[in-house]
Write a protein of this length. Structure first.
Length: 509
């Protein structure tokens, strides 16, 4: 909000410390007064309705309108304002000035975009967008490029890239469904209201391989093994698209569904060369499959061009360079953490910052069809407390293919500048993706503002403390470079998180 100048903020569905976030005036006060936010606040879809229908925080729709508007929710992404605003005003539950303020905040942004200025709108890129832009060739290409870049290769025992023209069996519940590659929160995809104007993984594997290709989408383990028997290569797809992987779904397990687990286990037991493709919104724990699958490709939900990106990656037309944006825990993790406890350090800890166990795959992990080396001549770095520093490294492509690599810069907990809250084992402070041709090297500079190394104490004060620190530079695996860092100058207080929950309670870390 402060650094990028955001003009729109969405309040969420949930409650925090007993208050719905879209009905929390104290949070809005922090946003507008402490962070200097001047834009509009919108609810998540039907979050205002949730205040009375789901959370039962109030009893009526009119009271929900009051809570949302009193708390600064300018736009209701739902029907609550439309249904109950007038009756709330008529009954005296709501002051009309609150509605006027919300209208002002909402339309101010539109005026700033030039949407109501006739002369200005001719020059405004926001007022000149036509329907022809939607789904344009340039946008389709961008979507495809993003899908290609998002492929994360987790394991490869020499199966990939696969040779074209082989007999291929494509097996899994989502292999012939484009819809499953999109999540469940999207607008119209095809003119007929369906998804068949974009190919499925099976269709794209058949097209790119250009060899005999069969498909099995059932959940009978014996039938799946039989389908794999004649194949030279098996593409196995594990998916949670219909099992809690979409918007608005909760899961009490991060393991793969039992029927899919049985199918994949049976196919892998045939010993056929196979690649396990993970299609998921929210991570799938693959405890029992990690060791037995010869190759594993994590694709998440890659969009309408995802099937093409998957097939191109399997057969070597696309060199994967994506990295894990989350931690893949073991399936037992859900039994080790109290999800009603928001502490990041309780139990085994949460996220790459605080997790103390050994994950299946860690944040930032991802392989390639080529190899890279990371080097630096930088022996130390000085960063002004009110400025920034630059980490300088060289990425060398030591393999035989062009490829992308990602350089991550972390701050470790090797520092004397401590606060009275738990220090993360490491904290990402910068990263950069770079394309490097085979046999070439690229100089990479990662700019790190001093604010990225700021720490928050138990009173909610976030500050940059001068002193000695350590940066760790990695590719997500392999080479690890460590650079001593000295933050110089005067201490910088960035902000103080005010206790908005009604009492002087320590910040929960």
């Amino acid at each position: 909000v402060k650094e990028a100048g955001a003009k729109g903020v969405m309040c969420s569905y949930n409650m925090v410390n007993g208050k719905p976030t879209c009905g929390n005036a104290e949070l809005t006060k922090i946003l507008r007064e402490d962070f200097g936010f001047t834009g509009y606040i919108t609810s998540d879809s039907d979050s205002c309705a949730d205040i009375w229908r789901s959370h039962h925080y109030v009893k009526t729709g009119e009271e929900a309108v009051r809570e949302c508007l009193t708390s600064g929710t300018d736009i209701d992404s739902g029907s609550t304002y439309g249904q109950y605003l007038k009756s709330a005003l008529d009954k005296g539950i709501l002051n009309k000035t609150l509605a006027a303020t919300a209208l002002h905040n909402s339309y101010r942004t539109r005026f700033q975009l030039g949407l109501f200025d006739f002369e200005g709108s001719k020059k405004s890129k926001y007022a000149s967008i036509t329907k022809e832009v939607v789904g344009s060739a340039a946008h389709q290409q961008k979507s495809l490029d993003m899908a290609r870049q998002a492929m994360v290769l987790l394991k490869n025992d020499g199966v990939l890239p696969a040779k074209k023209g082989q007999k291929v069996a494509v097996i899994g519940t989502s292999v012939n469904s484009t819809e499953d590659l999109l999540g469940n929160y999207n607008g119209p995809i095809c003119p007929n209201g369906k998804y068949d104007c974009f190919p499925t993984i099976f269709q794209q594997v058949a097209a790119v391989s250009a060899g005999p290709t069969t498909v099995y989408t059932g959940t009978d383990a014996a039938a799946a093994a039989a389908a794999a028997a004649p194949a030279d290569l098996v593409v196995l797809v594990a998916s949670n698209a219909k099992d809690g992987g979409g918007e608005g779904h909760d899961r009490d397990s991060i393991a793969l569904a039992a029927d899919q687990q049985a199918v994949i286990t049976a196919v892998l037991a045939t010993g056929k060369p196979a690649v396990l493709v993970l299609v998921n919104g929210g991570v799938i724990a693959i405890d029992g499959l990690k060791d037995s699958a010869p190759a594993i490709l994590e694709v998440f939900m890659p969009g309408v061009h995802g099937a093409q990106a998957v097939a191109e990656t399997i057969f070597g037309e696309n060199n994967p360079g994506g990295k894990m944006p989350v931690t893949m825990y073991h399936s037992s993790y859900v039994n080790e953490v109290d999800f009603l406890d928001m502490s990041m350090v309780a139990g085994p800890g949460r996220s790459y910052k605080f997790y103390q166990g050994q994950p299946l795959y860690e944040f930032g992990y991802g392989l390639s069809y080529t190899t890279f080396a990371l080097q630096t001549t930088q022996t130390s770095l000085s960063v002004p407390a009110d400025g920034k520093g630059t980490v300088q490294v060289t990425v060398s492509n030591t393999g035989g293919r062009d490829g992308d690599e990602v350089v991550f810069v972390y701050m470790t907990n090797s520092t004397g500048s401590k606060v009275d809250t738990p220090m993360p084992a490491r904290m990402l402070v910068g990263y950069q993706r770079v394309a490097v041709q085979a046999g070439a090297s690229a100089a990479v500079e990662v700019e790190v503002p001093a604010a990225r190394v700021a720490l928050v104490d138990s009173k909610g004060v976030k500050r940059v403390v001068p002193g000695a620190y350590e940066f760790m530079v990695t590719r997500g695996h392999g080479d690890v470079l460590k650079i001593p860092v000295q933050v110089t100058g005067k201490e910088q207080v960035l902000f103080t998180l005010k206790p908005w929950w009604g009492q002087e309670t320590e910040v929960l870390i």
